[in-house]
Design a protein around this ligand. Structure first.
Ligand SMILES: *[C@@H]1O[C@H](CO)[C@@H](O)[C@H](O)[C@H]1NC(C)=O
Ligand SMILES: *[C@@H]1O[C@H](CO)[C@@H](O)[C@H](O)[C@H]1NC(C)=O
Length: 391
């Protein structure tokens, strides 16, 4: 009853079973080894000494560059051949932050360094980059010049700023963000302990807004995968921002710890509430993202754990195609699947009724009747209307 986006198209279903790889030419290829790749002559190798952890990639087709965030480094590689014409910026965390981090009980070499995690195009001459900064998130504007020939690649130290709510503190944490106009929308932990996960809007001229703190109906131990902006109409006031993540499902409480995948929706014109929800989102809604296949006996096999998202732009910017990769969370059956969603699937899900629960001992059901004020901001099961009108 509560399945969202169920009109998905299942593109591929890959049972991961090590023994079946490449045994016959008719079976799909399960693995591509390094040797196979070399045979295709397709390998161009890039290696950076004293670094690792290439945690952010940003393609720049106009300049023919691939920008890369790594441990203590930012790189600018040539798209033709990543082995040549490398430019790099050494961007370590300051010594006192590293010491502070070490005093807090973190490892000086693996934790207390700067892992570059966030890279976005900012304007025609600059990128915006953020790193963990030895558990002291930091961001910087990176000058890249207007044209390839400019050969600029540098950080102006006077343009380094606080990265809280933009980059994770902990290098092991995932985050997702998108820069729209001059505002950053980030799904990230905003505290040192990594407990306060939030979807946070910052930069730009408006006041920062975020999700409600420590409320499991909003976000429940989320792992953020991707964030994208999609226009809804010709009117920029209708623009939406979508977050893809997986989290512990509140609606499956009592069944142990169950992971569901989600799509969260926000309106770009959200200014936060006036009386309640001040500096909090008033348009945030989320729905379950379902990727499943029906079996012969009528039971559904669910792939509950979202791993990656790719937006394929079409001629109509309002209707990109959303390709996703999921894995199962079962230890008995392990597999992965690719699911494709259209914006119609997504929009339809968010037009459905809110999920609602009378009390701790009740089931989640669709909300009947008039939506109260303040509305149930969150509907972990099924999403309600997002009219982009402030409550
Ligand atoms: C790529 O660049 C490296 C270093 O300049 C060079 O050795 C290599 O031959 C180049 N590869 C190709 C395919 O152009
Ligand atoms: C891009 O942004 C940076 C940082 O705010 C600024 O210094 C630079 O002038 C901007 N460039 C353009 C072309 O607007």
């Amino acid at each position: 009853m509560m399945m969202m986006c169920s009109s998905l198209v299942l593109l591929g279903l890959i049972g991961v079973s090590a023994s079946s790889s490449g045994s016959s030419s008719s079976s799909p290829r399960m693995k591509l080894s390094y040797k196979d790749l070399q045979q295709f002559n397709g390998i161009k190798w890039f290696d950076l000494e004293h670094s690792c952890c290439f945690g952010a990639l940003l393609l720049d087709e106009e300049r023919g560059r691939l920008f890369v965030g790594a441990r203590n480094f930012l790189l600018s590689l040539s798209l033709d051949n990543i082995s040549k014409q490398e430019q790099k910026i050494y961007w370590p965390a300051p010594v006192d932050w590293r010491e502070e981090c070490n005093w807090a009980g973190k490892d000086i070499n693996t934790d207390c360094v700067n892992y570059v995690k966030v890279l976005h195009h900012y304007n025609r001459t600059h990128l915006y980059a953020c790193g963990t900064g030895a558990f002291h998130p930091t961001c910087a504007y990176v000058e890249v010049g207007q044209k390839i020939e400019d050969h600029v690649f540098k950080i102006d130290p006077s343009m380094v700023e606080d990265g809280k709510g933009k980059s994770p503190y902990d290098p092991r944490h995932t985050s997702a963000s998108v820069l729209i106009g001059d505002e950053l929308y980030a799904g990230v932990a905003t505290d040192l302990m990594g407990r306060d996960f939030t979807i946070f809007r910052s930069m730009g001229r408006r006041l920062s807004i975020r999700t409600e703190q420590h409320d499991s109906r909003w976000l429940n131990e989320p792992k953020f995968i991707a964030a994208v902006g999609v226009p809804e109409s010709e009117n920029p006031d209708d623009d939406k921002v979508f977050f893809f993540f997986r989290e512990t499902a509140v609606e499956a409480q009592g069944f142990g710890k169950v992971t569901y995948s989600r799509i969260g929706q926000l309106c770009r014109n959200d200014m936060g509430g006036q009386r309640s929800l001040v500096n909090k989102w008033t348009t945030f809604l989320k729905a379950r993202l379902v990727c499943s296949v029906p079996g012969n006996d009528g039971t559904e096999t669910h792939f509950d754990e979202l791993r990656d998202v790719f937006l394929l732009q079409t001629r109509d910017r309002k209707n990109p195609l959303i390709y996703t990769v999921f894995t199962t969370s079962s230890s008995v059956f392990q597999g992965s699947a690719v699911c494709l969603y259209t914006m119609n699937d997504i929009r339809r899900a968010f037009l459905g009724p809110f999920a609602h629960k009378e009390g701790p001992n009740y089931q989640w059901v669709p909300f009947q009747g008039k939506v109260p004020y303040p509305r149930p901001v969150l509907s972990p099961l099924k999403a309600g209307r997002c009219s982009c009108v402030e409550y």
